[in-house]
Ligand binder design. Structure first.
Ligand code: HXC
Length: 257
């Protein structure tokens, strides 16, 4: 598939996807979504890729869903076509995805960042859910993921006032994993992704699946799920290699088996 709204590259074992609609601050329209889902699906199935980075430009990760595309939608259209339903595919990607955010991550942009497994932000990053100022509310997970990730007080504040939050506040409240100087953002995200890709791929994928389980189930069931997958890891050659390497005081060489 030829892409017009994203730029896709690989950096060794890392798949890098840049949102690329500079004239609209990377506003997320359906063409971009189709391309993003395609590129993510290709990386997910490519055994050479161990982790994925999604980024935008210096000015905007993404300034939201495309308002001009949505403006004339009516209820029946939105409902019958299940408008934006395809965004559910992003969190179903099984390999880790890091969002590298500089500039605006607003509305759907903030929601896309939250669909990723963690966010590394440049100092310039600004997060917000300004949908209320447009006469709607978040529709791609903002009300649910923000409430779970940063708690009710901040989620209500952002969704009800539409205000923006800077990178330091986002890190303080747990939305963002790391804040770095802008010029180091991509390098930091690619290094983190390459580090992940250096580990046993099945273990990495099971770890992602298990952490995500914490948001879907009770503590008892989540702990049981964790223990069962932990048990299963003793069937992996990578477990034998990782622990032998520790004992031998050498770097492990994982075979992803
Ligand atoms: C379509 C957008 C856009 C958007 C910016 N643009 N955001 N187009 N959808 N979400 C376009 C502008 O129309 C403009 O195009 C160009 O990008 C540059 O934007 P400016 O406003 O001129 O830039 P600036 O003055 O620097 O302001 C930046 C900004 C502002 C503060 C980010 O653009 C803004 O408030 N954008 C909207 C943010 C927003 O409300 N997001 C939530 C969307 S709703 P032209 O052609 O005029 O140059 C949403 C719902 C998701 O995300 C859930 C369900 C779908």
């Amino acid at each position: 598939m030829a892409y017009e709204n994203i730029i896709v590259e690989t950096r060794g074992p890392v798949g890098l996807i840049r949102l690329n609609r500079p004239q609209a601050l990377n506003a997320l329209n359906s063409a971009l979504l189709g391309e993003l889902n395609d590129a993510l699906g290709v990386f997910d199935l490519d055994g050479r890729i161990g982790a994925i980075v999604i980024t935008g430009s210096e000015k905007a990760f993404a300034a939201g869903a495309d308002i001009k595309e949505m403006q004339s939608l009516d209820f029946v259209d939105a409902y019958m076509k299940d408008f934006i339903g395809d965004w559910e595919k992003v969190p179903r990607i099984r390999k880790p995805i890091i969002a590298a955010v500089a500039g605006y991550a607003l509305g759907g942009g903030c929601e896309l960042a939250m669909m990723c497994d963690f966010i590394i932000a440049a100092k310039t990053a600004k997060f917000g859910q300004p949908e209320i100022t447009l006469g709607v509310m978040p529709g791609m997970g903002g009300t649910q993921r923000l409430a779970r990730f940063i708690g009710k007080a901040k989620a209500m504040d952002l969704c009800l006032t539409g205000r923006m939050m800077d990178a330091d506040e986002a890190e303080r409240c747990g939305l963002v994993a790391r804040v770095v100087p802008s010029q180091e953002l991509i390098e930091e995200a690619i290094n983190a992704a390459a580090k992940i890709a250096s580990f046993s791929q099945p273990v990495v994928m099971m770890t992602k699946e298990t952490v995500n389980r914490a948001y879907e189930t009770t503590l008892t069931e989540g702990l049981r799920f964790e223990r069962r997958l932990f048990h299963s890891m003793f069937a992996l050659e990578d477990q034998k290699e990782g622990m032998a390497a520790f004992s031998d005081k050498r770097t492990p060489s994982f075979k992803n088996r």
